[in-house]
Design a protein. Structure first.
Length: 160
C-alpha cells in the first residue's frame, strides 16, 4: 500500500496570510503564530505576503482573488468572530467558512482555516497564543501540509 502524506516543508513555496483587522487584539496574535510557523518550516520571509481585510466577511473574497493570481502554494485565513446578542455571528462565521471551503474546491489552492468562532473574548485569546495554543500556527501548519500534498498529487501550485 502506498500512502501519500504532505510534508511540513515550505522551502521554495509562497504563502498568503489573509488576516481580518476586526478584533485585532486576537488576530494580530493569530498572524504572529501563522507567520512564525511558516518561517520555522522553511518558507522565506519574502515568500510570505500578509493581506489585511476589514473583517471575517471579507476573508473569502480576498482569498479567492489571491488564489486566482497563481502566486501562492497555499493561503492561511485568519479572523475572529465573537458571539454577540444578534444572529450576526451565525451569518458572518458561517458564510466566511463556506466561502473559504468553496474557493479550495474552485481553485485547488489549499486554505488553512484560522477563523476563530468563540462565545467571548477570553475564549478567543486562549486560542490566539494562550492556554489553548495558537490557531494561527495550526492553520499555517495545515496550509503547509496540504500545499505539499496537492503538489504530490500533481494539482498544486508551487507559488512562483
Amino acid at each position: 500500500m502506498n500512502e501519500i502524506r504532505g510534508a511540513l516543508e515550505g522551502v521554495g513555496r509562497r504563502f498568503a496570510i489573509i488576516v481580518s483587522r476586526y478584533n485585532d487584539l486576537v488576530t494580530e496574535r493569530l498572524l504572529n503564530g501563522a507567520r512564525s510557523c511558516l518561517l520555522q518550516h522553511g518558507v522565506a520571509e519574502a515568500d510570505v505576503e500578509v493581506i489585511a481585510v476589514p473583517g471575517a466577511w471579507e476573508l473569502p473574497g480576498a482569498a479567492l482573488v489571491a488564489a486566482h493570481t497563481g502566486r501562492f502554494a497555499g493561503i492561511v485565513a485568519l479572523g475572529c468572530v465573537i458571539r454577540g446578542e444578534t444572529p450576526h455571528f451565525d451569518y458572518v462565521a458561517g458564510e466566511a467558512a463556506r466561502g473559504l471551503a468553496s474557493l479550495v474546491l474552485e481553485t485547488g489552492v489549499p486554505v488553512g482555516f484560522g477563523l476563530l468562532t468563540t462565545e467571548d473574548p477570553e475564549q478567543a485569546l486562549a486560542r490566539a497564543g494562550g492556554s489553548k495554543g495558537n490557531k494561527g500556527w495550526e492553520a499555517a501548519l495545515s496550509a503547509l501540509e496540504m500545499a505539499d500534498l496537492y503538489a504530490q498529487l500533481g494539482g498544486g501550485h508551487e507559488g512562483a
